[in-house]
Design a binder for this molecule. Structure first.
Ligand code: PLP
Length: 438
């Protein structure tokens, strides 16, 4: 008998399973729509200019321990400014406990552990659906999980009434996990007014909002705009928790840079909470790696590099994106050259390749292509939804047919990663989707 007879394979991660099936397919025109990482229009991973600039500057950094601790607190400080606002009282008064974390996953895991230690009888309420790993993270931290209504399959939008009911019916003082923008996997976010109502009800019910901010900048291309849900809660005087990831908005997946911050009543509380978070981290993984942290810290604290980053995630001209796909393209370009000059137009066109814009452009193109094919289904949600993902409403059978007959791979919940859609494959993808849904 072996020591390990009783160990059976763990269930496959749904996203890794898609990648495996994609890699095993020899078809030259296969498409991977499972991956949650940004790709350029050639389907290639991207290194942002701001990252290149930052890496150039940190190349000569002396990795002394004391330097690292100082830079790590710089990272935490700058990350907190990004979510809570440069001028917020929380930042001015130092009323938060923040620690560097192993990207968004690590930040969630730290918080789940913290929750179990200090609120051992509590549960976590998470949206249905949510990123599948949220369930694994809180399960492994032994925090009981409940779900709340979020997505309405018929409208392919938010089920706001049911959501509010669930918030109301949860016991007072419950922990809630919220996606502040670019909800994964649905791409459906509450409006500002709805966030306001949610925040007011949280106040009445004394619930704790924990925001998982994995995609700041991906919903609108504007980091401030994407933090609005959190600012609404902040204005209402909530104490908030927030997990931040720089994996997507700096395209730094492999470096695992993130931050966990918890708002506190005062500085004394902040010191106590920070020490507890550090202690939890030290027993799980010691300390996080430093290279990515140095790069992020440089991007956030060097005004010139930060400006490049903001530009890289910003949507330029998004409201005019349809023009690039219409008969009026050439007229439009000539008019632009006349009015703003060739140089400006070239700059704007370069910006056009930026992350959030490319994703938005692909949404519009995919929807148009499906409509042109005469699909009787309503594809409006493709452009209504925001962020990296599109919750298409495709059934598991249709997803299966897409893989087997058309070499198009996505998770069984019908989630399309828009980053995998390019100008070269969008028409083929539209006809494949049309075939399986017709
Ligand atoms: N939270 C959400 C909602 C996500 O979608 C993801 C990644 O897909 C994460 C957290 C984890 O991101 P990271 O790669 O930073 O760990």
């Amino acid at each position: 008998r072996s020591w390990w007879d009783h160990v059976t394979p763990a269930p496959k991660d749904p996203i890794n399973a898609v990648t495996e099936a994609f890699l095993a397919d020899p078809c030259p025109y296969k498409i991977n729509l499972g991956v949650g990482a940004y790709r350029d229009d050639d389907g290639k991973p991207v290194v942002l200019q701001c990252v290149r600039e930052a890496e150039g500057k940190i190349a000569a950094t002396n990795f002394l321990e004391s330097t690292c601790a100082a830079i790590s607190s710089k990272l935490v400080e700058e990350s907190a400014k990004l979510v809570y606002g440069e001028d917020s009282d929380v930042i001015k008064e130092g009323r938060f406990a923040g620690v560097q974390a192993l990207s968004g996953t690590g930040a969630c895991r730290l918080f789940a552990e913290f929750q179990r230690r200090f609120y051992p009888d509590s549960r976590i309420y998470m949206p249905d659906p949510t990123w599948s790993n949220h369930h694994n993270i809180w399960r492994d931290a032994q925090v009981p999980i409940r779900t709340f209504h979020y997505y309405h399959p018929d409208s392919k939008g938010l089920n706001f009434v049911a959501l509010m009911d669930d918030v109301k019916n949860a016991p007072n003082g419950s922990f809630f996990l919220l996606h502040p923008c670019a909800h994964n996997p649905t791409g459906v976010d509450p409006s500002d007014e709805q966030w306001q109502e949610i925040s007011s009800l949280f106040k009445v019910k004394n619930h704790f909002p924990f925001f998982d901010m994995a995609y700041q900048g991906f919903a609108s291309g504007d980091l401030e705009r994407d933090a609005r849900a959190i600012r609404i809660f902040l204005d209402d005087g909530h104490l908030i928790g927030c997990a931040q990831s720089f994996a997507k908005n700096m395209a730094l997946y492999g470096h695992r840079v993130g931050c966990l911050s918890l708002l506190c009543d005062d500085k004394i509380q902040a010191v106590a909470i920070k020490s507890q978070l550090q202690q939890i981290a030290s027993t799980i993984y010691g300390s996080p790696p430093i290279h990515g942290m140095l790069a992020v810290s440089k991007i956030l604290s060097d005004p010139d590099i930060k400006a490049i980053w903001l530009k890289e995630v910003k949507v330029y001209f998004s409201s005019f994106s349809f023009l690039f796909h219409s008969l009026f393209t050439s007229i439009f370009i000539i008019t632009c050259i006349r009015t703003i000059g060739l140089m400006h137009l070239l700059i704007i066109s370069t910006c056009y390749k930026d992350m959030a814009t490319r994703v938005q452009r692909m949404r519009a193109t995919l929807k148009e292509a499906l409509e042109k094919l005469g699909s009787p289904l309503n594809w409006q949600p493709i452009t209504n939804q925001v962020g990296m993902f599109c919750f298409s409403g495709l059934t598991p059978d249709e997803v299966d047919r897409l893989a087997k007959e058309f070499h198009v791979y996505m998770t069984y919940d019908g989630r399309i990663s828009m980053a995998g859609v390019t100008t070269k494959n969008v028409d083929y993808l539209a006809s494949a989707i049309h075939e399986v849904t017709a």
